[in-house]
Design a protein around this ligand. Structure first.
Ligand code: GLC
Length: 544
């Protein structure tokens, strides 16, 4: 186990910096604020933090529109403060991952300003410029993921430029070697400062069809879905050449030793797995987002886990994500009781878990009044349920303080609910305590951290599986229904249950009760003839 790379042994915690902790009363979180709360993160049992973009930005998409890939936005702090934060994180044993946003810059980035200035600009080809269609309209039918055409007319030079997201986020031309070099410089800038890895934004979108062919209509489009789903993204995503770029990012990180490369990729599993590359030349972890949209039922999730685990190539390490800044929070998706079950699921699956800030206290989606809307996706497409503000509300530290202790000023988004870290701290039945127990168990238990996952099954509403490492065996049962149920299990004793009084209770060989909404981890009794071994220092996990 000690030979596993650190990121395979880790639990990642995503911090959305605008919403974690404000230190200067401007209502927006910042780096000193994160620093003030880092000990909380470390003592929660987290190993690595991923901080969403903190680069210089006009904030059209809250930092995902970058004007300087090597600078910190003053809203968040300074480069010195970032370096202090990294030092502090490392002293606390936390790794630091940055968001890397290579697909597009801000339209106010000097690169784009130069590119836009004239058709003869040496940087013209850094972005995707096209002549109008014969009728003067956009060059093809490509649609923006934030609504409307993906082409923006630029009267100065009489051409359109492509933007997969906002017009303020022009896509870079990754076929241009100068762009690739400039981005490599940015990666090295942060690697030289000791950053432990990157979550790469929209990695699967970097390359677009060289012939700019129209995307075909999506025969399965359902009215009410985001408008760009009207088309299949055949020519705007997951183009084969993208893997060459992933390989070059990997090669750069390799020069720095044990740094991790994570890709944001929303694709079906067979396509997703290609991003691992061959023989470790791709991303370490193409994010596995299947839980974000999963229907909450035992049989479906059993199949998902089994299919994913079986499909992974030998060298590929799994990962699971329960929430992020682009999707409704788990407690709102499945309800509070099932959010506890989801916590047990996330932290007992095989592979690196990523946890979204606030999910550990069961934060729910905030209620955003029309005059409080911030998300440009919602502003451009009102009412289609795309708004991402609800899951981005400020972290709730202390409900006895104004604004939950997040800011002394007016928070940029409203506080979602009344619960808080302070309310839950020390309460044995709280979600926070559950997360602490799970994180501590995962960290100390070899089977959970790196064992195989086996016997994945669904008995009615109960999902069950085992984690196994050498002769250490854990049985997990998750009741995803609203009724108590009986499951067949091996005999053992309860290591952890969401029903706290059950800890230490015996499970018999055969039928055992699992309460409605209970998640339980049972340490399976070894056969009497084979004493349990201490596997702590053994080598790599076996695959199922
Ligand atoms: C990613 C980010 C999202 C952002 C988009 C454009 O999907 O997670 O928040 O709006 O990229 O950068």
């Amino acid at each position: 186990m000690s030979q596993m790379p650190w990121w395979q042994r880790s639990v990642i915690y995503q911090i959305y910096p605008r919403s974690f902790q404000d230190s200067n009363g401007d209502g927006v979180g910042d780096l000193p604020g994160i620093g003030a709360r880092l000990e909380y993160v470390a003592t929660l049992g987290i190993d690595a933090v991923w901080i969403s973009p903190i680069y210089a930005s006009p904030m059209a998409d809250f930092g995902y529109d970058v004007t300087d890939y090597c600078g910190i936005d003053p809203l968040f702090g300074t480069l010195d403060e970032f370096e202090q934060l990294m030092g502090q994180a490392h002293r606390l044993g936390l790794k630091v991952l940055l968001d890397f946003v290579p697909n597009h810059s801000s339209n106010r980035h000097p690169w784009f300003e130069a590119s836009r200035s004239s058709r003869d600009s040496p940087q013209r080809d850094w972005y995707l410029w096209r002549d109008p269609a014969p009728d003067g309209g956009p060059p093809n039918n490509w649609l923006s993921r934030m609504g409307g055409s993906a082409w923006e007319w630029d009267p100065l030079t009489g051409q359109y430029y492509y933007h997969a997201f906002l017009p303020e986020q022009p896509d870079l031309n990754w076929r241009n070697p100068q762009v690739r070099r400039a981005m490599d410089v940015a990666l090295r800038f942060w690697l030289d400062r000791g950053v432990d890895g990157f979550r790469v934004d929209v990695l699967w979108l970097l390359i677009k069809d060289a012939q700019y062919r129209d995307n075909p209509a999506n025969p399965n489009y359902v009215v009410g879905e985001p408008a760009h789903h009207r088309l299949l993204q055949s020519y705007t995503e997951d183009q084969p050449e993208v893997h060459d770029i992933v390989r070059s990012m990997r090669a750069t990180l390799n020069e720095y030793g044990d740094r991790v490369l994570i890709g944001e990729i929303y694709l079906p599993v067979p396509q997703l797995l290609k991003y691992y590359g061959a023989h470790g030349d791709g991303a370490d972890m193409p994010f596995n987002f299947q839980l974000l949209n999963a229907r909450w039922n035992a049989a479906g999730i059993a199949n998902m886990i089994r299919d994913y685990d079986n499909a992974l190539p030998e060298h590929a390490w799994p990962n699971w994500v329960l929430g992020n800044h682009d999707n409704s929070r788990i407690a709102s998706r499945v309800g509070m009781a099932q959010a506890c079950v989801a916590a047990v699921l996330l932290l007992t699956l095989r592979g690196t878990p990523t946890l979204y800030y606030g999910d550990e206290i069961g934060m729910t989606d905030g209620d955003i009044a029309p005059d409080q809307i911030q998300d440009p996706a919602e502003v451009r497409q009102p009412g289609i349920g795309q708004g991402r503000d609800p899951e981005r509300t400020p972290m709730q530290w202390d409900s006895s303080l104004p604004n939950a202790g997040f800011t002394d000023g007016r928070p940029w988004l409203p506080i979602a609910t009344t619960t808080s870290v302070r309310d839950q701290e020390g309460d044995p039945s709280s979600m926070l305590t559950l997360y602490r127990r799970l994180l501590s168990l995962r960290r100390s238990n070899t089977a959970l951290m790196c064992g195989a996952i086996e016997n994945i099954a669904a008995y009615g509403d109960v999902l069950t599986y085992e984690r196994r490492y050498r002769n250490q065996r854990l049985f997990v049962a998750l009741n995803m229904g609203a009724k108590d149920a009986t499951v067949q299990s091996p005999s053992g004793s309860v290591l952890l249950s969401t029903v706290i009084s059950r800890t230490g209770e015996a499970f018999v060989d055969g039928d055992n009760q699992v309460a409605a909404g209970e998640g339980v981890i049972v340490i399976v009794r070894p056969p009497t003839s084979t004493p349990m071994r201490n596997d702590r220092d053994s080598v790599r996990a076996s695959r199922p």
